[in-house]
Design a protein around this ligand. Structure first.
Ligand code: IVH
Length: 695
């Protein structure tokens, strides 16, 4: 990397740019620059600081990377104790809480700040003169552990306050792990045969207590602020809701779910509203917190033992429960992957009765050492499949001699669906059924996948119906769905009822229910009109997920173009490596698959196709373009899409890698930067002329 003319100025510029990117990402939730660009900025700053360590400041983002192992954590006394919360599990307890507050304050409908109760780890962050100096865990509330080095690695925690430098400011909040980060971590751990984390909370706690902060840095931790410790020289707002807004203003992430509500009914409505969205939130919550909004009234109410009288945690049903394993079976997926499944004594987990939980793969079963009869912890969060998160070994049933009553689990040698051998390739985590197309389980699973919501979205065509359709010979390939008639469905149901010895109520009354069949036929008909990316995903090519399908659709534009691309051409597609390119090419080379596609076309299926967007021979291929300012004749999104169609990569910020900046009216710092770096700049007229010539 060339040395900049003024390294000190460049270092300052880079620090600001990195800070801004962090702030936009973690606080404003409006990411501006791609990860790769962010990493490049950090690397450039590291290089400058390495060449001249005098330029390294305490708040430099390079100081987030973590450092060597230390011996143990020092103890930190909390200048103001870190309290806990009283819990409520029922509506009545919430009403009682509000009544107590009304009585004490004389306010019939007191106002509360309402916040989600994140399931992570409470910490206290101390800033002096605007700079982060120390961070500690809650510990016993009076003193905790100094985990400053680890907290520095959490990018959501500002190292310097924005636009404020009070003598002392302590901010309290929760360090947590998003579900996506947790799932991602565990998927990688399972692939490497390493230990998994039981839940995001343990993940966050374990990461923060690492003695080597480089390990903490490698785990994606997040942070939300929810309160204050001691402050000196900072004007503390009058209300909790204003405190949160002020914290947001000086650079702390605050949950977007926070709000205010009046009276018990207002609180209960908030509880319901967040509860309805609980599964859709990106992190685990175990409840919501109500805090009397006026801080003078909080002070008036005070504390009982170690919890404030002015706050209440209202809890949701737990996302983890214990139950016992009745059996361990294996399931065959659409690609033949064998997944061990624990059959459980039914247990309610966060509002749903769970009877099956995934054990992921044989290594995971071995690592957990799950056996029949064991008491296990089942976790269900978000829309992920319930999983066995741990085993309570002390509860394992023993025989008379004190040995475990059941042996360790072993994978069967043959596929339960077709009897073909189960094989496990070198280096692969998943064992697979070698039966391919003869295996009915694989066929059923691939048909279910085709109909699923994110694929062709045929509502109502779920597991049971697809199994019956295949079992009774009505459907063999996905194209057969489109030839089904009402009569087929009714016959299928009749034969399935005969087979199962069931007699529906309507049949007993001498009627034939047919509305369900009409609904299904309607859903099938609607799926005839789809998009290329959905179709590519629905075909179930191994390792072609939604995002690869989308990229393929955009790059090639038509199914014919994808089908006729050779491996070399497929490898040019971003995210498609040699293995996936090989899988796509061999899928379309397979005559059975080509026949199914021809049959889908013949059945009247059509999918929207367009011109290939990232034209690999386009005039802007591989060029990074930045749009800034306001364009008069088209929106920035439109302009971006049209440039992308010509091969450009549209980026959010200007860097040395930027090839071109399109500047509309009132373009600001990006335009200045482009000029500084000597990057080509177009105005709107130049852009329109270029589009007219090249589209
Ligand atoms: S306030 C004086 N607000 O819940 C009140 N706590 O059960 C102190 N928590 O240790 C806590 N989200 O780890 C507060 N919005 C929120 C919270 C929250 C999660 C955790 C925190 C605390 C525990 C108390």
């Amino acid at each position: 990397m060339a040395r900049p003319a003024d390294p000190a100025a460049r270092a300052r510029q880079l620090r600001d740019a990195i800070d801004r990117a962090n702030h936009r990402y973690h606080v404003l939730d409006e990411p501006e620059i791609p990860d790769a660009e962010y990493d490049a900025l950090v690397r450039e700053l590291e290089a400058i600081e390495a060449a001249d360590p005098g330029l390294r400041t305490a708040d430099s983002p390079t100081q987030r990377v973590g450092a060597k192992a230390s011996e143990a954590f020092a103890t930190v006394e909390h200048a103001r104790p870190m309290l806990s919360l009283s819990n409520a599990f029922s509506e009545q307890e919430v009403r009682d809480f509000v009544a107590r507050i009304s009585a004490a304050t004389g306010d019939a409908e007191p106002e509360f700040c309402t916040e989600p109760k994140l399931d992570g780890l409470a910490i206290s962050l101390r800033y002096e003169d605007g700079l982060f100096v120390r961070g500690a865990t809650r510990g016993d509330g009076a003193s905790g552990e100094d985990v400053s080095a680890n907290l520095r690695t959490v990018k959501a925690i500002p190292l310097r306050l924005r636009g404020a430098a009070p003598a002392v400011l302590e901010v309290r909040g929760e360090v947590y792990m998003t579900r996506a980060a947790f799932e991602d971590w565990n998927a990688k751990a399972r692939a490497k045969g390493e230990r998994t984390m039981a839940n995001p909370r343990n993940g966050a706690a374990g990461s923060l207590r690492q003695l080597d902060s480089r390990i903490t840095a490698s785990r994606a931790l997040s942070f939300y602020a929810y309160g204050l410790g001691v402050t000196e020289g900072w004007p503390v707002p009058e209300r909790q809701s204003q405190v949160l807004a002020a914290l947001r203003g000086i650079g702390f992430p605050v949950s977007p779910e926070v709000g205010t509500a009046r009276g018990a009914d207002g609180l209960l409505a908030y509880f319901e509203r967040i509860g309805a969205r609980r599964d859709a939130l990106p992190y685990d919550i175990d409840g919501v917190v109500y805090k009397l909004d006026r801080i003078d009234q909080q002070e008036q109410l005070g504390y009982v033992s170690r919890a404030p009288r002015w706050a209440l945690a209202h809890k949701y049903p737990a996302q983890e429960q214990t139950t016992t394993v009745e059996a361990i079976d294996v399931q065959v997926g659409r690609t033949g992957a064998i997944t061990p499944i624990a059959r459980l004594a039914p247990v309610g987990v966060a509002g749903v009765v769970v009877t099956n939980a995934t054990l992921h793969n044989a290594d995971q079963v071995a690592r957990l050492d799950v056996r029949v009869g064991d008491t296990v912890i089942v976790r269900r969060a978000g829309d992920v499949i319930p999983e066995v998160a741990g085993v309570l070994l002390e509860a394992r049933p023993l025989d008379a001699r004190g040995a475990p009553r059941h042996p360790p689990f072993a994978l069967p040698a043959q596929c339960p669906a077709c009897g073909s051998d189960i094989v496990r390739e070198e280096g692969e985590v998943a064992a697979r059924c070698s039966g391919g197309l003869v295996c009915p389980a694989q066929r059923v699973q691939s048909l279910i996948h085709f109909a699923s919501r994110r694929a062709m979205d045929i509502e109502g065509l779920g597991d049971r119906i697809v199994e019956d359709l295949v079992d009774l010979g009505f459907v063999r390939t996905v194209a057969d769905f489109y030839a089904l008639t009402q009569d087929d469905f009714l016959q299928m149901r009749r034969r399935a009822d005969e087979r199962d010895g069931t007699q529906p109520e309507t049949a007993r009354q001498g009627k034939v229910a047919s509305k369900w069949a009409d609904n299904l036929l309607g859903a099938i008909a609607r799926s005839r009109d789809s998009t290329l990316e959905r179709l590519l995903f629905a075909l179930g090519i191994r390792d072609v997920g939604e995002s690869t399908a989308k990229t393929l659709a955009r790059q090639f534009g038509s199914l014919d173009a994808v089908m006729s691309a050779d491996e070399g051409r497929l490898r040019e597609v971003p995210d498609v490596g040699p293995v996936v390119a090989g899988r796509i090419a061999s899928f379309f080379a397979e005559p059975h698959n080509r026949a199914v596609i021809a049959a889908l076309r013949a059945a009247g299926l059509h999918w929207r196709e367009g011109p290939p967007q990232a034209n690999l021979a386009g005039p802007l291929v591989g060029k990074s373009v930045v749009l800034t300012g306001t364009l008069a004749s088209l929106t920035r999104d439109e302009a971006g899409a049209r440039l992308e169609a010509l091969g450009a990569k549209v980026a959010g910020s200007v860097s040395k890698k930027t090839a071109l900046v399109v500047a509309g009216e009132a373009a600001g710092s990006k335009l200045d930067k482009a000029r500084d770096l000597g990057i080509e700049v177009w105005d709107e007229a130049a852009l329109l002329a270029f589009l007219a010539q090249n589209e």
